[in-house]
Design a protein around this ligand. Structure first.
Ligand SMILES: C[S@@+](CC[C@H](N)C(=O)[O-])C[C@H]1O[C@@H](n2cnc3c(N)ncnc32)[C@H](O)[C@@H]1O
Length: 287
């Protein structure tokens, strides 16, 4: 299945939830939520801003509709860029992946699609995944995606509530630190300006310090220097090695990804899914 086909399955379920919550106003509410997200993302650098709120099913529909297919495809493209430097990427049959801010499922869908499309190179047969996110409601959305993934890979997915601004929520969680790959897709930008008193930086430092040797970290995000510079300073201070990177370069979902899979939804909200974007990425390794 392509990412857009998977997203369609998740959207059908979220649309029913949004209708149950908002009745006849569901479409108008979703359109307003798409605007809300765009406005929130354009103000991510504003110190003291409110956290983006994903609880309402209309907001989660808006997010999945607009962003999940392309974000998961960007993850595939970053892993393909890494594969040019390091082939195979994974040396084991069983791997662990921790997706920080990965509740909507974009990151793990990208990883699984990469493994599936590159099974002639990658010998991974089982993936244990930790989806770490502050918003518990994403667990339902992820389940829809999980059920629809058609792959031979054995997947053990664990959704774990974790708020990077609240050390009490992560200090006692240890398993996710054993990952072979950590993904941070469009997450650093989401929490950078919530770093009052350095609480978010402490999370990143703890993550880098306690990850195992050889662990990989995939960062991809808005092509914006303030996020790149902030993140670069954090990983450089911990002595990680950058294997592959790009800064503010334009990307599109690959040719097999067709937004037309989203059918009638494309005509309902006056907004199309995100496709082309300036992307910055880094893949880092702990030595
Ligand atoms: C822009 S979305 C990125 C989602 C996904 N990684 C992707 O690329 O599509 C940001 C995610 O971070 C989560 N999030 C926001 N603040 C958080 C926090 N303080 N701790 C953990 N997760 C948080 C949100 O619930 C949301 O799932």
């Amino acid at each position: 299945m392509t990412s857009f086909e998977l997203v369609k399955v998740a959207l059908d379920s979220l649309y029913a939830e949004a209708q149950a919550e908002h009745g006849k106003k569901a479409d108008a509410t979703i359109a307003a939520c798409i605007e809300y997200l765009a406005k929130s993302y354009s103000g991510l650098n504003t110190p003291g801003r409110a956290a983006v709120d994903y609880k309402d099913p209309a907001t989660r529909f808006a997010y999945v509709y607009k962003y999940v297919a392309s974000h998961s495809d960007y993850v595939v493209q970053v892993l393909e860029a890494l594969q040019k430097q390091r082939k195979p990427i994974f040396g084991a049959e069983n791997i662990r992946v921790s997706c920080v801010g990965g509740g909507p499922g974009s990151d793990i869908v990208g990883v699984l699609r990469y493994l599936d499309e590159n099974k002639h190179v990658e010998k991974v047969s089982k993936v244990t995944c930790y989806l770490l996110d502050r918003e518990q409601a994403w667990a339902d959305t992820w389940t829809e995606l999980d059920d629809s993934l058609k792959t031979d890979l054995v997947l053990h997915a664990n959704f774990q509530p974790l708020d990077v601004t609240d050390p009490d929520s992560w200090a006692q969680q240890k398993k996710f630190l054993q990952a072979d790959l950590f993904t941070m897709s469009y997450f650093v930008s989401e929490v950078k300006s919530l770093d009052s008193g350095g609480v978010v930086s402490t999370f990143w430092k703890t993550l880098f310090k306690n990850a195992k040797s050889g662990a990989l970290f995939l960062y991809d995000d808005n092509g914006h220097d303030s996020f790149n510079n902030y993140f670069d300073a954090l990983w450089k201070a911990e002595g990680l090695k950058c294997i592959v990177e790009a800064t503010n370069s334009w990307v599109w979902p690959r040719g097999n990804e067709q937004k037309s899979e989203l059918g009638d939804y494309l005509n309902k909200f006056g907004q199309q899914p995100k496709l082309k974007t300036p992307l910055s990425y880094r893949v880092l390794q702990k030595l």
